[in-house]
Write a protein of this length. Structure first.
Length: 134
C-alpha cells in the first residue's frame, strides 16, 4: 500500500489484521424435540411449513404436545423448523402402552384417619370504635 503523507513527519499506513468479518446466519430457525406418531427417529429433519410436518411426522396427535407446538409456531409466522422425533420402543404398540404405571386410586374411607372437630372457643368482643367517638 503506498504511503500518502498528510503532514510533514506524519504518515498513515493501514495494515490488514487478518481478522475476517462475522457472516450473518438465520436466527428464525427453531428446533423442536419430542414424540410424534411416525417419522425418522433421533435425526434432525428440516421442515418449512405445517404440511411438511403432517407428511413426515403424522400431524396433530393428542398424546404429545410436539405437534401442537409446531402448528402454533407456523400459525404465529414461523418460517423454518428442525424437528427431532424421540421414540422409546417399549411403548411401541397399544398393548405396551397399557402396561405403563398408572396412578393408584386414593384409599377408601376405612383407611382414613378419624377426624374430630375442634371445640368451639368463644370470640372476645372488642370495640372497633375509636375512643374519641364513644
Amino acid at each position: 500500500m503506498p504511503l500518502t503523507p498528510t503532514y510533514p513527519g506524519v504518515y498513515i499506513e493501514e495494515i490488514s489484521s487478518g481478522v475476517r468479518t462475522i457472516t450473518g446466519v438465520a436466527t428464525s430457525i427453531t428446533a423442536f424435540v419430542g414424540r410424534a406418531r411416525r417419522g425418522p427417529v433421533n435425526a434432525p429433519v428440516t421442515i418449512n411449513n405445517f404440511g411438511d410436518f403432517e407428511r413426515v411426522f403424522g400431524g396433530l396427535w393428542k398424546e404429545s404436545t410436539l405437534s401442537f407446538a409446531v402448528r402454533d409456531f407456523y400459525l404465529n409466522g414461523g418460517s423454518r423448523a428442525i424437528i427431532v422425533r424421540l421414540f422409546n420402543p417399549i411403548f411401541a404398540n397399544e398393548a405396551e402402552q397399557q402396561r405403563r404405571p398408572q396412578l393408584r386410586q386414593p384409599p377408601t374411607q376405612s383407611h382414613k384417619r378419624q377426624q374430630t372437630p375442634l371445640p368451639q372457643q368463644p370470640i372476645p368482643r372488642t370495640s372497633l370504635t375509636p375512643p374519641s367517638l364513644q
